[in-house]
Design a protein around this ligand. Sequence first.
Ligand SMILES: [Cu+2]
Length: 353
Amino acid sequence: MLTLSVFLLGLLCLTHADCNNPTVRKEWRTLSTDERVNWLSAVKCLSELPHDTALTPFVNPDDIVAVNASGSYYDDIVYMHMDLNHLIHFTGLFLPFHRWYVQMYENALTEKCGFNGTSPYWDWAADAPDVYGSTMFQDFDPVSGLGGWGNLSNDAQVPNGAFSDFKLSYPSYHTLRRNFTLQPYIGLDPTLFTDPYMDANASFTQSEVDKMVNGFVGDYKGFQSYLEGFEGAHGSVHEILGGDLGGTCPSTAPANCTPGPTFSANEPMFWMHHAMVDKVWYDWQNSDSANAGIFYGGSVQMIDNATIYAEYPNGGPPMLSLDSVMHADGMFEESTVGDVINTTAGILCYIYE
Ligand SMILES: [Cu+2]
C-alpha cells in the first residue's frame, strides 16, 4: 500500500511539474547588454528559420492573405495571430491566449535559437509622459539596440538598431516599420471610439495602471474590458507605435489589405508589450484574493455596434470556462485557459520583477 502511494505520488509529480523556482521576467532596461543581445539575436534567428509546414490555420478569416510558404518561422508565429484574430480579441481568450502566446514564443526562442533568458517586458506606463522620447527607442546599436522610429520618407521603415533589416512576410513582404502616432483614433467609428481626439498615451499612464490593478475586485469582465477596450491601454500602445505594431498596411501590400490587429506580432515590441499587458493582469491577480484564478468571458466577438459591445465587451455566448481549449494552429501543443490562469502553476512557472 505504501509503495503504491509513493508510486502514485511520483507519477503525480512527473505529470504536474512543481514550480519551485519560477523564472523572473524583467523590464528591458534592467537587462544587461549581454542579456539584450541574447534576446535580440534569438528573435532574428527565428526570422531566419524556414517556414514550418506544421502551421495549419484553423479559422481562415477572409480578411487575411494565405500562408506564404517562403516565409520564416517567425512569420508562422505571426500568422497564428492573424488566423486566430477573431477568437482571441474582445473575447474571454484575450488575456489567457496572449499569456500563453508569449510563453510559447519564449519557448521557441529557447529551443530553436539558443535563448537562455526570460521574456522581457516594456513598462510603457513609465514612458507614457513621453513615448516619442522614450529611451527604449534611442538605442541604435546594431547588435544590442531596439532601434528608433521609422523613416517616414521610406514607408516608416526602422533604419537602425538590431531590427534595421528585419524582413517580414505578412501581409506582404516588407521591412519592420514604426510610425509614432499620438492621435490614432481620429476618423474611426465615434460610437466605439468615443473620444477620437484623445492622445493615446493618456490611457496607459501609471495612474491608469494603478486604477486597473487595484480596481475591478472580483470583476474579470470589467478588468479585461477596461484594459482591452477600444481606447484602452492595450490598443493605445499598439496604435501609438503605429507601423507594424499598429497593424497598418505596408506600401507593398495589395490594395485590399485590411489594417487591424492581425499582423501586429510582426513588431518584436509586440512580445514586450504583451508581457507588460500580462504583468498588469498578474499584478491584478495578486492584488486581491478575490482576483486570483477567476475567469469569465464569451467565445464570440460582439463588436459590431456600441449597444452589443456594451453588453458583451469580452465576448458573447457560448461562454468559455477554465476547461476551454485555445487553438495553436498546429504550431504548439494546445493548452486550456486553466493551464495558464496562474503563472506559477499548470504549464507556467514565472513571476514578474
Ligand atoms: Cu493579439
